[in-house]
Structures are given as structure tokens and as C-alpha cells.
Design a protein around this ligand. Structure first.
Ligand code: SAH
Ligand code: SF4
Length: 348
């Protein structure tokens, strides 16, 4: 299989070039792309409008990859679903399905592990293994979409909030987004795709250059520079004082609202001083601020604040400082809904 071409790594243009190089008609490129990325077939023989002879040529030279589902958990509380997949090289990744009243969101992984090493994150604690290939990113969507469609459901939104830092695998993430949002594919609007980042400045600059109209979420977690560095070592490389102007530029250029994510950690980032800095920071933007009570992970001391403290922090931001703030619903906590936790348990 190793010298065969992986069909889910290709955009429509590349696929068309490939079929021409294999001696097929040019318009087969679009048809095969549609079979792969819209109809999501798993067998080249299901491509019924491709001649038998050409299907044989395809089978000799290419293959459709699949993700091996190792584990599937469904939350009894809120129907959050967690999928653990095994990749061709044996590494594992996870994806999460979140159900809202009117839509279904897929939380997708972009890397095996993560090099950013945030102190609160199970993925980061496991270190970095490798970037995901384009096919491994889009196949999280396809594998789950195929299962959901049997229940009459479908994915409406994608968030890059699974394992990994998407802006450190940006070539593959951008290509996967192109494929997933393409008209002859599953056609998810780019505006329904969110990239979440710990604040990788060159990546944000690249997004600006590409003029990719996706949503941007910034994992802020602390608005005081020295303290943010304690929690997120990446802040030493890309400190808030440098992140701030690029985000301003981003908003000026895209005219889009920026989401800020803020994990609530007891005795660390939930004092009134923290809240004041946070309000000052986000008020420079057309913003939405999501507060996320931390999901404690094994091997870390960091704990969730009491409900009373959470409400006080929230109340100060909302009522006193008029921040556009929400507390993120705690989805899937009974199945370790937070980033990287299922994999951590499974690898033991
Ligand atoms: N690397 C990117 C995207 C993946 S992390 C980023 O950091 O933005 C996606 C989200 O999961 C982030 O907002 C992250 O802060 C959050 N997360 C990670 N560990 C968590 C934990 N223990 N509890 C709650 N949220 C967590
Ligand atoms: Fe990486 Fe995001 Fe986890 Fe930080 S929170 S270690 S950036 S996956």
C-alpha cells in the first residue's frame, strides 16, 4: 500500500492532474473527488459512473484510507460523543461531537500530541509526536459523518479544538479546510469553521495573508503577561504585548468577532485583579469571551474553582464590566470531554 497514492490527501485540482496522468478523462477528476469527499464512499468500486477499467487503474495506483475506531463513548448527560481513532502508523487521536439544540459541532484534532505544553492540558503533557496529514484531518469528519447520517444527523460546524495546535500544522490544516469547504465536497461554510490557537503569531499572520474567512478563537487563559507565561510557556515566545497588535490588525482586516477562551483555575486566574486585566484586554476587540471551568487532568495540581467563585468572576465581567461573556456548558464531563483526556487514559 505504501507506494499507492492516498486519495484523501488531494484537492480537486490535484486529483484531476492525477487521473489525467493515469490516462483517464479529465472530467473524472471532479467525479472522483465528489465520490470521495461528498458521497464519502469507502470502496473505489462504489464509484459507479467510473468505467470498470478506470476503477481498476485507480485501485492499482491509489487507495482510500480509513481511520480505525478504537473506542466510542456517548455521554449520558448531554449526548456528547467521543471517538478514539487509530492511525495507520498506530498513533491515536480523538474527535468529539457536541450537540446543541439546533446544530452539531465536530471538534477535530490537527496533530498527534502538541509541542506547546500548556500546564493544564492532557495533550500537551504527552508531548508532540507528529503533524496529522490532510487525509487524517478530513477523515475524522468523514468517518463520523457517515455514522451520524445513518441516524439522520449531520455535522454543521467544525472547531479545531481537539488535540494539537492547528497553527503549527497550518499547511495541512488550510488544505483540509479547503477540501471540507469545497462545493464538490461536504461543503461546510468556512464561516462555520473555527481555528483555536494558543497564540502562534506567524500562523495568525499567515491566516491574514491567505484571507481565509474562518473564525478565530484565542486560548487566552490569562491576561497578565508574566502569569500567562507560567501557565503557557509559549507566551515567552509570543507574549501578549506582541499578540495584541496582531489581533487588532486581524480584526481590522477581517471585521470579524474574535472568541477568547479562558480556563478557570482555582487560586490562579480568578481573582478580581485577573478579571480586571481580562476585561481591559477583551474590550479592545469585538469579542466573545468563553469561560471554561478547568477539567482537572491527572498529573496536574490545577483545580476547578468553587461554583461561588466562578459566579463571582462571571458576574464581575458581565454586570460590572459589560463583557460579552458566557460560561461554556460543561459538555461530556462524564466521558472526559476535555482535550486529550480519553487518549491519556487509554494509553495506560
Ligand atoms: N491548541 C489549540 C487548540 C486545541 S486545545 C489551543 O490551545 O487553542 C482546545 C481547547 O481545549 C483550548 O481552549 C484549551 O485551552 C482547552 N483545554 C485544554 N485542556 C483543558 C482542560 N484541562 N480543561 C478545560 N479545557 C481545556
Ligand atoms: Fe497544545 Fe492547545 Fe493543549 Fe496548549 S491547550 S498544549 S496549545 S493542545
Amino acid at each position: 500500500m505504501s507506494n499507492k497514492i492516498n486519495l484523501l490527501n488531494l484537492n480537486e485540482k490535484e486529483l484531476t492532474e492525477l487521473v489525467v496522468s493515469l490516462g483517464m478523462k479529465k472530467f473524472y477528476g471532479k467525479q472522483i473527488f465528489t465520490w470521495l469527499n461528498q458521497k464519502i464512499v469507502r470502496d473505489i468500486n462504489d464509484m459507479t459512473n467510473i468505467s470498470l477499467k478506470d476503477r481498476e487503474i485507480l485501485m492499482e495506483n491509489t487507495y482510500i484510507p480509513f481511520l480505525n475506531l478504537l473506542k466510542h463513548q456517548v455521554s449520558k448527560k448531554d449526548k456528547t460523543e467521543k471517538y478514539l481513532f487509530k492511525l495507520a502508523d498506530g498513533n491515536t487521536i480523538e474527535s468529539v461531537i457536541l450537540r446543541h439544540k439546533d446544530r452539531t459541532t465536530l471538534c477535530i484534532s490537527s496533530q498527534v500530541g502538541c509541542a506547546v505544553s500548556c500546564g493544564f492540558c492532557a495533550t500537551g503533557m504527552g508531548g508532540f509526536t507528529r503533524n496529522l496529514e490532510v487525509n487524517e484531518i478530513v477523515n475524522q469528519f468523514y468517518t463520523i459523518e457517515r455514522r451520524l447520517s445513518k441516524q439522520g444527523l449531520g455535522i454543521n460546524n467544525i472547531v479545531f479544538m481537539g488535540m494539537g495546535e492547528p497553527l503549527l500544522n497550518l499547511n495541512n490544516v488550510i488544505k483540509a479546510i479547503e477540501i471540507l469547504s469545497s462545493e464538490n465536497g461536504v461543503n461546510v461554510s468556512k464561516r462555520r469553521i473555527t481555528i483555536s490557537t494558543s497564540g502562534i503569531i506567524p500562523g495568525i499572520e499567515r491566516l491574514l495573508e491567505e484571507k481565509l474567512p474562518v473564525e478565530l478563537a484565542i486560548s487566552l487563559h490569562c491576561a497578565i503577561d508574566e502569569k500567562r507565561s507560567e501557565l503557557m510557556p509559549i507566551n515567552k515566545k509570543y507574549p501578549l504585548e506582541d499578540l495584541f497588535p496582531i489581533l487588532q490588525q486581524y480584526q481590522k482586516q477581517t471585521k470579524r468577532r474574535i472568541s477568547f477562551e479562558y480556563i478557570l483555575i482555582n487560586d490562579f486566574n480568578v481573582s478580581e485583579t485577573d478579571a480586571a486585566h481580562l476585561a481591559d484586554f477583551v474590550h479592545n476587540f469585538d469579542h466573545v469571551l468563553n469561560l471554561i471551568p478547568i477539567n482537572p487532568v491527572e498529573g496536574s495540581e490545577l483545580q476547578r474553582p468553587s461554583q461561588k467563585k466562578i459566579e463571582k468572576f462571571y458576574g464581575y465581567l458581565k454586570d460590572f464590566r459589560k463583557v460579552n461573556v458566557t460560561i461554556r456548558g460543561e459538555k461530556g464531563t462524564d466521558i472526559d470531554g476535555a482535550c486529550g483526556q480519553l487518549r491519556q487514559k487509554n494509553s495506560k
